[in-house]
Design a protein around this ligand. Sequence first.
Ligand code: BES
Ligand code: MN
Ligand code: ZN
Length: 505
Amino acid sequence: MELTVAQGSLTDTVTPLLVVNLFQDADALGGATAAANEALGGLLGRLRAAGELRGKLGETVVVYNQGSALRAERVLVVGLGPRAEFGLEAVRRAAAAVARRARELRVAEYVTVLHGAGAGGLAPQEAAEALAEGTLLALYRYDHLRTVSEDERFEVQRATVIERDAGRLPAIRDGLRSGTLLAEATITARDLAQGPANIVTPAYLADQARAVAERHGFACQVFGLDEIREMGMGGLLAVNQGSATPPRFVVMRYQGPGARKRLAVVGKGITFDSGGISIKPAENMHYMRHDKSGAAAVVGFMQAARALELPIEALGIFAATENMPSGSAYRPGDVIRSRSGKTMEIMNTDAEGRVILSDALTYAVEQQPDAIVDLATLTGACVVALGHVASGLFSNDEQLTALMRQAGEASGERVWPMPMWPEYGALIRSSIADIKNTGGRAAGAITAAWFLRHFVQDRPWVHLDIAGTAWTEGAWGELPPYLLKDAATGVGVRLLVHFVRQWVA
Ligand code: BES
Ligand code: MN
Ligand code: ZN
């Protein structure tokens, strides 16, 4: 699928499908939609009056053109929702709905207006970026492992944004380009997070990170079992010791042009979380192949940082292992010494993410970054608190918190701050070690964050608990049309890029 921009007039455009849009609360058809309506002899106005065209966000209505003044074979009107709620996220969802509908219609290409850049009042470049993201992410499928029928194989080849004003073309072109790169990096993360654990092993994850680094031109170091031992990563080793598959520790580096800030991004890379000796119930255990979504986001972010030439130095770090029960598995009651020297009492082997992150965060601190952001499918408690609507945000730094919240709004990957009062930290005191790895059922997402905080010391740090946002399930209700049902979302990549844009601004 290719996204391009062309100068021209809508009514003169020859295309199998012409896309215009409509606000839910518009009194009258405006702009391009009014022009199309006029060419169609008032058909759209009549459909609006009859209540068929409501302009609800993502609603698509197709009309077929039979010999009107328009040169398009079909016209698709997509809803932009209410004006008061309109923004970049609405552009993504509208563009996503259009792309899906175009694929259903089996059109090889279509021509579209730039949603939001007219009456919506958005900057053309930002609107174009959002349009590209929504379009490409909506058309994503994970078909590597199944037989795809001839009928399903159809793909839209090209979408062209049409723009009357030549002065706006460069900005639109730039936006389409950056949106494409953002979507591609998100797809890298989706593919890695989606893969089943028998294929996406720690070694595979590390190999893919290296392949992405080579393809895009940044550095990648991979450490195996012996090196992880030498590095004293007792947490990663403990979680790995029940698995027949060796662990990996991966460090990617990207040096941006004129970089004045160093960012470390750290991911949880549990390729399968059975719970270990504290084994999980069978129901839903298959979802735990997604427990590497944090690591997948780190790889995707590094790809995006390089492709977009973000002006920072970025370190992408992840620890990867399975969490399995066996005769050699770590046990509840064990005391583990982490790379930092701090000891942890294992209360529950299913609280393994924080145990491997202890070593990864310590490594990150040693690199003396200006900020650390970690992403982890860390707790079911976070899903209870925020559902699938937002990732949990936990931090020791108010400025980073504010920037990350803004990034959440701008990217559409929402985050919500949770408190870190010291009373919560007290819940993971241990009588035999420095800390214990669970603090009971109460405030489970916060006590997990407090555990991580012990390893970042005083570095400015944000922890993102993506347990509820990393993949979609049946219970999600209405999905944004750029997400696939029962699949990895690639959450975090676009959020982090928006965060960096704000952080260096
Ligand atoms: N990977 C899970 C968290 C998880 C659960 C993510 C459900 C997404 C959906 C994590 O390793 C885990 O098992 N956490 C435990 C912690 C508990 C033992 C303190 C949990 O949330 O139950
Ligand atoms: Mn677990
Ligand atoms: Zn886990």
